[in-house]
Design a protein around this ligand. Sequence first.
Ligand code: ZN
Ligand code: ZN
Length: 317
Amino acid sequence: MNLGAHMSIAGGLPRALERGKAVGCSIVQLFLKNQVRWAGRPLTAEEAAEFTRVQAETGIRTVFAHATYLINLCAPDEKEWARSVDAFHDELLRAETLRLPFVIIHPGSHKGAGLDAGLERITAAIDDLHRRTQGLGVRIVLENAAGAGNLVGSRLEELRGILERVREPERLGFCLDTCHLFAAGYDIRTREGLAATLDAFDRLIGLDRLRAFHLNDAKKGLGSGLDRHEHIGQGQIGLEAFRALLNHPRVGGLPMSIETPKAEDWDQRNLATLRALRDSGGAGLSGRGSLPPSGRGARSGSGSSRGRSGGRRSGRS
Ligand SMILES: [Zn+2]
Ligand SMILES: [Zn+2]
């Protein structure tokens, strides 16, 4: 299976894996350090070794990271931009040490400088980071934004704008968040609506560049621009979008993480809801079954994660 949740690293990075296992995650998303601080303690070799050991023990197949929220790669101010690039570089190195395949980041805010200025800033940031992480396995993955204010990346055309500007586009991946799509005006409530959105993504960016999904229902309506996550099936999106996504022949096997409100046993309940949607309700988007998730060619095999070409390491031991 490819379903999991964002889990807390309170008490140490390996604790996120144990928490994930306890609620039935097959995959886990985590922060690499306290998400509201610029600096973090250095990652020690012991911690990294413990992380790898606990990952094997828990059997969590795929673990990936989400960048801290302070980082703004679109920042017009030179100092803030440089600080952001340095902080994200540090996170990419941490992820590499932990052998994580990628770190997901929101493009950021142009803060009123305009979309073109924002695209130019983030392109320069990604080029710089690609240069500084040359030869490493870890990848930068951009997440679509919900859309309010000066945020860059709520329209798929804006994500494409970044892709076509960077010097090494083959190293860049993408993550789609269902709540953000819906808040940005993409009506994914029906199978047809979801298919049209994924078609647009395929045309503009390419489904083969997708590395993960964030599965969140939305508290607010279509096009609200508001980033408010709701429990699966309890918000404005409803279950059909998730059913279609989970059974989609091309992207249904990608890692999918919920980022829904944490209270009581809601992680278990949301994951159970999603599991029940898989392989149920008919034929999925287009006659499922030809590509079972476990048999996709996307995995790079087990054992050493070095030297694979796709930037994905879901098959690590
Ligand atoms: Zn998200
Ligand atoms: Zn969000």
